[in-house]
Design a protein around this ligand. Structure first.
Ligand SMILES: Nc1ncnc2c1ncn2[C@@H]1O[C@H](COP(=O)(O)OP(=O)(O)O)[C@@H](O)[C@H]1O
Ligand SMILES: [Mg+2]
Length: 273
């Protein structure tokens, strides 16, 4: 099977009602249900992630990308849906607490859009990465330090910063620490949510190059979420385009860039050229 198979993934913020899905979405032009005022962050989302591939998810702010990513990383409760991960029999979205913890620490690495969701800024950078190893039952202090140093090198963070508080790191370095943490236990799937948003352009380019190298070397299946088509174009083999919580177009990234079928996708592309 694929690394991940998702069907009908839906997230509604609010009480929800029978009209939520049909009265929202791209065709309607809104994600707020006119009947019960709930927000349908995403609905009926379906895709697979294959071995070694990078799947991009692109769409403007508010289109539901982070809600989807957080559900896949098991950090947000889904309203409905079925997500299969190769390492587990059954629907991840309804797995018990123990199973979710196990998946989170060993099989799915997540780089959160908000740094504070992914890292404890009061901890040292090394400590944040070590935490992930401890969760996967690493116990020997020397071995942990060695592995953390290796991960710092891999993600191009100066090793002499390992024992500094993460709050003192630059925004770019904090993203790198999140990436180091996400790949620490060699998960089958890594999810990056807006990995470069808010960083200087030159820093963005270096982080994307670094991640692209790691992804190619390790062949780890990846989902990269971004509002920035440049990021998607650089990293993603295939792409889903989201709007108002729905996937409106999907296909090979090159095809989508060169021959977008959907008027909205054309607009997205034209707005960045
Ligand atoms: N905790 C929340 N409570 C209510 N609405 C939310 C919450 N989080 C996100 N939303 C809404 O859900 C929609 C999708 O948000 P999000 O998943 O963050 O999209 P994106 O990552 O594409 O910007 C937006 O309309 C947003 O305002
Ligand atoms: Mg987001």
């Amino acid at each position: 099977m694929s690394v991940l198979e998702a069907t009908d993934v839906t997230k509604i913020y609010g009480q929800g009602c029978d009209h939520c899905v049909e009265q929202t979405g791209h065709e309607v032009g809104d994600n707020r249900c006119p009947v019960c005022d709930s927000v349908v962050a995403c609905a009926d989302v379906e895709f697979d992630v294959h071995d070694g591939e990078v799947l991009g998810i692109v769409g403007e702010s508010g289109s539901g990308k982070s809600s989807l990513a957080e559900m896949l990383a098991l950090d947000l409760e889904a309203t409905a849906g079925d997500v299969r991960h190769r390492s587990h029999d059954g629907n991840l979205l309804t797995a018990d607490y123990q199973t979710r913890r196990e998946l989170e620490r060993a099989h799915i690495g997540m780089v959160h859009q908000q740094v504070a969701d992914g890292l404890d800024l009061e901890f040292t950078g090394g400590g944040n990465v070590a935490e992930q190893l401890l969760a996967a039952s690493w116990r020997n202090y020397e071995e942990i330090r060695e592995r953390v140093a290796e991960l710092f090198e891999e993600t191009e963070i100066p090793i002499d910063r390992m024992d500094d508080r993460t709050a003192t790191y630059s925004g770019g370095m904090q993203r790198r620490v999140q990436i180091a943490k996400a790949i620490a236990n060699e998960p089958e799937l890594v999810i990056l949510d807006e990995p470069t948003t808010g960083l200087d352009v030159s820093v963005q380019a270096r982080i994307l190059d670094m991640f692209r190298r790691i992804q190619r070397e390790q062949g780890v299946a990846t989902i990269v979420v971004s509002h920035d088509l440049g990021v998607i174009r650089l990293l993603a083999d295939r792409t889903l385009v989201m709007r108002h919580g729905r996937v409106i177009e999907s296909g090979l990234t090159d095809r989508i860039m060169e021959d977008p079928h959907h008027a909205y996708t054309q607009k997205l592309i034209n707005s960045v050229i």
